[in-house]
Ligand binder design. Structure first.
Ligand code: ACO
Length: 209
């Protein structure tokens, strides 16, 4: 077993409802697919390009493959993949990937939230739960979030959490069909000795439930 996996995080009360973070389930297929297919225009401009067709890649039939890949990576200690629920319904995902241990103890964090649940503090609170889990339970020291400079809502999420902008990575990631510049934001354990949930609660953005 790798530190920090499996895990169940929350609940937290946010504007959108009662938020929980848990491991992906095979039975998430229908809800996951319905949101991802409906929200193609909302998601595609910001996510890594995947070969093939959006509807096929996000069909309910595509979920078992994704789910088992995520589970295998988590079991090997390389990833911490989470599904976010609001009032018990799937709202999005938060994934910690490329976990490197040793003298780096670092990983990236990424997230998406469906249009039915945006602007209610979901991404911010879910990321805060996952960051605290990484720092306090999974033994990580640093988390990086890379975001396109055009992605104002995501930059706002990182700013609310207190991530520090550290630089611009040129032509960093293949997103929406071409190599896109990304801003790199980061946080280390020293930045948040009492954790991000404590900060969100103090800022009035979430309440422990
Ligand atoms: N311009 C500026 N700010 C905006 C805009 C906009 N067009 N739209 C929303 N915002 C603000 C909101 O007002 C809110 O800030 P506030 O609390 O100060 O009012 C903030 O952005 C969003 O905060 P949350 O409500 O916590 O986030 P939400 O649950 O809405 O999810 C997310 C944000 C994840 C970016 C969602 O819009 C999404 O899934 N987008 C598509 C996929 C994506 O971009 N994922 C992130 C990729 S980068 C990465 O993973 C590091």
């Amino acid at each position: 077993r790798h530190p920090g996996w499996p895990a169940r995080l929350g609940p937290l009360r946010v504007a959108a409802g009662l938020l929980e973070v848990r491991k992906p389930r095979l039975s998430d297929a229908a809800a996951w697919s319905r949101i991802r297919r409906r929200d193609r225009r909302h998601l595609e401009a910001w996510e890594p390009t995947t070969p093939g067709d959006w509807d096929a890649n996000n069909a309910a039939l595509a979920w078992p493959g994704q789910w088992s890949t995520l589970r295998a990576l988590a079991r090997r200690g390389m990833s911490l993949p989470f599904v976010v629920t609001v009032d018990g319904q799937v709202a999005g995902q938060v994934t910690v990937g490329n976990i490197v241990r040793g003298s780096l103890c670092s990983a990236w964090i990424g997230y998406w939230v469906g249009t039915h649940a945006v602007r209610g503090g979901v991404a911010t609170a879910a990321a805060a739960l996952v960051v605290d889990h990484c720092f306090f339970n999974a033994g990580l020291h640093r988390l990086e979030a890379t975001v396109r400079p055009e992605n104002a809502p995501s930059i706002r999420v990182l700013t609310k959490l207190g991530f520090r902008e550290e630089g611009l990575f040129r032509r960093y990631l293949d997103v929406a069909g071409t190599w896109r510049d990304h801003l790199c934001f980061a946080l280390t354990t020293e930045d948040v000795p009492s954790g991000l949930i404590a900060k969100l609660v103090a800022d009035g953005r979430a309440a422990r439930a």
